[in-house]
Design a protein around this ligand. Sequence first.
Ligand code: PLP
Length: 460
Amino acid sequence: MIDKERRELFEQAKSYALDYMEGVNERAVFPDEDAIERLDVFDGALPEGPAESSEILRLLHEYGSPATVAQTGGRYFGFVIGGANRAAVAAKWLSSAWDQNSALYVMSPIVSRLEAVCERWLVDLFGLPEGAAAGLVSGTSVATICGLAAARNDILDRLGWDLSLKGLFGAPKIRVLLGDQAHSSVFKALSLLGFGLENLETVPVDDQGRMIAGRMPELDDRTIVIVQAGNVNSGAFDPIDEICDLAKKANSWVHVDGAFGLWAAASEGKRFLAKGIEKADSWSVDAHKTLNAPFDCGIVLCRNREALISAMQSKGSYIQYSRDDKRRDGMLYTLDMSRCARAVELWTTLKSLGKSGVEKLVDRLCDRAAEFAEKLRGQKFNVLNDVVFNQILVSCDTDEETEATLKKVQESGECWCGGAVWEGRPVIRVSVCSEVTTAEDIDRSVAAFVVAREGARSGN
Ligand SMILES: *Cc1c(COP(=O)(O)O)cnc(C)c1O
């Protein structure tokens, strides 16, 4: 028997979602003040009793949709966000109906299988060592914690110290080397894992934010080196190949923070940027950034499967697990037990693009970024970085003008960019991350920059 009310409820949600998608490129990229003020409608106390489902959806659409940020439109360039692959969003609707807990094979054979397939496909796509393990997590922040936990535990294990039993107090000291401009989430991971921020050895960087390999201190087998495939500001890549060679000689562990940049490896034309990544030991990357998978989807990859599993399961000696790819227990590779079925969206995104589609997507984002930078230069903005990937750092003639222009760009509703500090000065950071951004979107955004700067100059 068809449950008529249920069908109507989901039809209503579908209709709102489609309206939203169809309007997202026309509306202001950041909600106007009116839309934000209207959010007060949500501020009431926890209701004493139940409410109508359809009424709840209406509230969400009427007051919620206008107060979203149009990250799925073509003119959002804030942070490093990425669009939402259409097929994957549709698949996510279906998988929402499935509502699978994907901790174990016995909880969801389909999610378990898709995870195993994604693992193989990603290892292939990035050109990583065969047999490397992948865990699906919420994002690179968590992926980095997982990868560095594996590194820490494996090094201590080799030294005969069972970390999960004995803890860090009194443990042999592990050195950590990383670039001066490592991402804040890396410092967070290191702090959480007990390394102590004061103990880190930072390596100087060049004018693009790349670690200088020649300035690396002596390495040894108790050292973790963290390199970056894609500086969050400039998009620059550390000299990974050179650093990995140094690390291999000393038997150090190399972790690559490749949140958005690891995808360079999937492009013939951009792979040189990530040269040498296959020599590393662990990697963190987001599918929700460059790949344009929907939120949230991060991935930790680890050359030594046992090292990752034993770190995530807090077992000093390697635990027993099923090696059967067809009965994969996804929780073994992550911090979580209960988890959403993000493998569905990841698999769908990869399936819908294929190898050539991922390559085209990466190239497209890079090409658009280059166009954007060129057109900004044409309008006498300063482009401060070498635009090697999808990131552009922009400034005006004075710091005040840069800050005022950024504010006006953000208020314009035409496009949205964030700010950053580069070499001690404020900059506008542009990240071209969405597959739907067109050449017209770039033109319209450059025009918004020009208008914003005029406003900044005239003080209006
Ligand atoms: C975005 C980003 C992170 C953090 O990733 P989340 O998915 O937001 O947790 C880490 N490193 C770099 C270089 C990033 O761009």
